[in-house]
Design a protein around this ligand. Structure first.
Ligand SMILES: [Zn+2]
Length: 120
């Protein structure tokens, strides 16, 4: 246990003393394993999206269409000056914390809502 702590401390000191080299090594590691990283990111993105759809009811609030490929997360009252959350994991947290703020719409219903809002 103590050896592990010592090793961790030694690593931390080395990284502090070799900032540029540390970054370079990490960048090289990323490029050598890029496909692995991308696959991991894609899987996390997909899993979060599936959870998001599950939480929001898995069908369009406008017409009931349930093909997951075309369902989109809609801000019920628009963005209202807020920044759009692009990362599904962050969006999922916001959806869970603010029930009623979001709904699922199919691409057609979302587009029609956009056009209706624009006319008013
Ligand atoms: Zn719809």
């Amino acid at each position: 246990m103590i050896d592990k702590q010592k090793a961790r401390e030694r690593g931390r000191r080395w990284r502090e003393a070799n900032r540029g080299r540390d970054r370079e090594l990490k960048r090289n590691y990323y490029h050598r394993n890029r496909e692995k990283f991308l696959a991991k990111f894609r899987k996390e993105h997909f899993d979060s999206r599936m959870k998001l759809l599950d939480v929001l009811g898995e069908e369009c609030s406008g017409c009931g269409f349930s093909d997951k490929r075309v369902l989109q997360v809609d801000h019920v009252n628009g963005l209202a000056g807020e920044k759009r959350l692009k990362k599904p994991s962050k969006l999922l947290l916001d959806v869970k914390n603010n029930p009623g703020k979001y709904q699922l719409l199919c691409a057609n219903c979302n587009w029609l809502k956009y056009l209706d809002d624009k006319q008013q």
